[in-house]
Design a protein around this ligand. Structure first.
Ligand code: PLP
Length: 381
């Protein structure tokens, strides 16, 4: 619970963003003033800062089981997605990309842009739980396929996609695989060698790190064009003076996530199940979106027939509960979610969606409070 203007606020929108942890802020702080040097310089204060960047690179690599040399710092998940897609397509002889209909807009819009440029995109359907079929990926790959990009977990409905199975297909066919893991890194265990992607996107602010910093993991040997041209930072692949405080913060957040994953994940799963079971028991005509298993440990997503999600969010806000309808990026529009439509939900159901995403500070008391206010809010609407 947060204390905001003397009222208890229950924050249940951790898929949109998370608060920076105090330990992360503390780690970042010296890099704004005392340790302000440019890591690309040769004198000692620059060198010390470069060492801090390398520590962060190792911390992120440890969280996903990669080599630190495969970690490239970016400005966030959106940049990582754009770079992964454009960078591999530019280097490829092929002009065909395979993706799904439920990707985040950072992937969707980049792929639509490729189409506008005359390239071809195969938009895979998902099943009613939002899952992509590895067989569909196999069927869609052609001789000229430059990239397959399928997200690791969906940011709205929490479905965890079968990336390990999909990577078997892409490896066999010799096509690079990118996965947007913005919603999973730090939430579920990830080992890039077991999971198998060649490129993987991470965002700092989804795992209690700062906003405006992220990572693109690039497996050694993957062909990818430079994204930003300039001073040739990040192994000459992503230019620009590094966002040192952000990178140090992301490194610290990754270290903490790794050390706490085995305790935090089951704790969140149990809170999630308490919330989900309470909603199902208390509210009529409600349907879970996304799978019951293969689901992010902190995600509850439900649809209420005949209700406007926006009205529900405002009522919950009035009761001190922060929740989401649709995804954070589109929740200011009244368009029904592209994810729910792809899952076959009719418009009137897709409009009445509620996403509650739990985090470190949430307790059983928070869940019980939500279960007190939510049924009344739904009934009023
Ligand atoms: N990909 C997914 C799945 C996301 O949920 C988000 C953020 O909502 C992004 C990408 C974009 O990340 P960022 O906010 O760091 O640009």
């Amino acid at each position: 619970m947060n204390e905001a203007s003397n009222r208890h606020v229950i924050y249940l929108d951790h898929a949109a963003t998370t608060p920076v942890r105090p330990e992360v802020l503390e780690a970042m702080h010296p890099f704004f003033r005392e340790r302000f040097g440019n890591p690309s310089t040769l004198y000692s204060i620059g060198k010390e800062v470069a060492d801090a960047v390398e520590t962060a690179r190792r911390q992120v690599a440890d969280l996903i089981g990669s080599d630190p040399r495969e970690i490239y710092f970016t400005s966030g998940g959106t940049e990582s997605d754009n770079w992964a897609i454009r960078g591999t397509v530019i280097k490829s002889n092929g002009d065909h990309v395979v993706t799904s209909k439920i990707e985040h807009h950072a992937v969707l819009e980049t792929c639509k842009d490729l189409e506008r440029e005359g390239r071809e995109v195969a938009w895979l359907d998902v099943d009613e739980d939002g899952l992509v079929s590895p067989d569909d990926v196999a069927d869609a790959i052609r001789d000229d396929t430059a990239l397959v990009t399928i997200m690791h977990a969906n940011n709205e409905v929490g479905a965890i996609e079968p990336i390990a199975e999909i990577s078997e297909v892409t490896r066999e066919r010799g096509v690079p695989l990118h996965t947007d893991a913005v919603q999973t890194v730090g939430k579920v265990p990830i080992d890039v060698d077991q999971l198998g992607p060649d490129l993987l996107s991470i965002s700092g602010h989804k795992l209690y790190g700062p906003k405006g910093v992220g990572v693109l993991y690039v497996r050694r040997g993957t062909r990818i064009a430079k994204f930003m041209h300039g001073g040739e930072q990040e192994n000459r692949r992503r230019s620009g003076t590094l966002n040192v405080p952000g990178i140090v913060g992301l490194g610290k957040a990754a270290e903490l996530a790794k050390s706490e994953l085995t305790t935090e994940m089951p704790r969140l799963e149990s809170l999630r199940d308490r919330l989900l079971e309470g909603i199902m028991a208390e509210i009529p005509d409600v349907r879970l979106s996304g799978p019951r298993d293969r689901r992010l440990p902190h995600n509850v997503h439900v649809c209420f027939r005949g209700i406007e999600g926006e009205g529900l969010i405002l009522r919950l806000d009035h009761a001190g509960v922060c929740a989401a309808t649709g995804s954070a990026c589109t929740s200011s529009t009244l368009e029904p979610s592209h994810v729910l439509l792809a899952m076959g939900r009719p418009h009137e159901v897709a409009h009445g969606s509620l996403r509650l995403t739990l985090g470190r500070d949430n307790t059983e008391a928070d869940i019980d409070r939500v279960l007190e206010v939510l049924p009344g809010a739904v009934a009023q609407l």
